[in-house]
Design a protein around this ligand. Structure first.
Ligand SMILES: Nc1ncnc2c1ncn2[C@@H]1O[C@H](COP(=O)(O)OP(=O)(O)OP(=O)(O)O)[C@@H](O)[C@H]1O
Ligand SMILES: [Mg+2]
Length: 265
């Protein structure tokens, strides 16, 4: 990524190279239940986790175990039933909603399976959106968005609306949008779940490249083990908790474990 985009690479703070590096985010006894008319569904049952700057972490687990629920809470899109998410020393859920929204816009980028681009806006406008919400000057936002779109290979598609882009191109726009505010953390929820294998591989390459070239940490929920295997850390979500393991173990578990009852009465 060019230096104009900020986020200088700086010293390598990956675990192993600097064990003293402070965590970017700490998750402590995080719990989330959904209260249905007739029962309570305990999806997150006490998750503890640390993520350090520049880490690239995979999150796997069978369908329905709560990966998206976890990413939503980690990303502060949803509040937990109990437990804490600390960014540095800030307990983010202690913030009132407007401050939490501002924190999220500045500090966390999201890439979802279905890109969630705004259909009536161009690629350039979609990428600019987080900066405009943050009241960045439009000329500056436009210059940065344009550079990011070039970075993801879409310099020739700035004026296209989502409906005028391929699935892979739409997902690249979503990646560029996630980077717009130079967040320290990007959360991706099955970012290639909707793409063919070749396009998925290209997007995987892009995510790995961005992680190499910036200081951004990525947490990527995926059913795609060719993507998960390229990352350094592997998390398996099962039965309401998250356990760290090797890629082989995570793949074996995700493939074979039944999703056990998450319901309590
Ligand atoms: N808003 C909600 N209200 C009630 N139940 C919910 C809600 N959101 C999710 N759930 C339930 O929580 C469980 C976890 O869902 P979640 O979408 O987090 O799973 P997932 O691991 O992301 O699955 P997949 O791999 O299929 O995307 C599911 O049983 C789901 O039905
Ligand atoms: Mg999901």
């Amino acid at each position: 990524m060019s230096s104009q985009l900020g986020n200088p690479v700086g010293p390598d703070l990956r675990p192993g190279s600097d064990p003293d590096c402070q965590p970017l985010v700490r998750v402590q006894d995080l719990r989330k239940s959904f209260f249905l008319p007739d029962r309570k569904l305990d999806v997150l049952r006490g998750i503890n986790l640390e993520i350090r700057p520049r880490e690239m972490v995979s999150l796997v687990g069978q369908s329905g175990v709560g990966k998206s629920t976890f990413l939503h809470v980690l990303g502060t899109l949803d509040r937990p039933t109990s437990g804490q998410v600390l960014f540095g020393d800030q307990d983010v859920f202690a913030l009132p909603d407007p401050a939490l929204a501002a924190f999220r816009n500045n500090s966390i980028g999201f890439v979802f399976q279905f890109h969630h681009l705004l259909p009536e806006f161009t690629a350039l406008e979609n990428v600019m959106m987080p900066a405009l919400i943050h009241r960045m000057a439009p000329a500056k936002a436009s210059a940065r968005a344009s550079e990011l779109l070039s970075r993801v290979g879409l310099a020739a598609r700035l004026g296209h609306r989502p409906g005028e882009l391929s699935g892979g191109e739409q997902q690249r726009v979503a990646v560029a949008r996630a980077l717009m505010m130079e967040p320290p953390l990007v959360l991706a929820d099955e970012p290639t779940g909707n793409l063919d294998q070749r396009t998925a591989d290209e997007l995987h390459d892009l995510l790995m490249e961005l992680n190499e070239q910036t200081s951004i940490a990525f947490v990527v929920a995926t059913h795609n083990f060719s993507l998960a295997r390229r990352m350094r850390r592997h998390l398996l979500q099962h039965n309401g908790i998250i356990t760290e393991m090797s890629a082989d173990e995570a793949e074996a578990h995700a493939a074979s474990l039944p999703t056990r009852g998450r319901t309590s009465h």
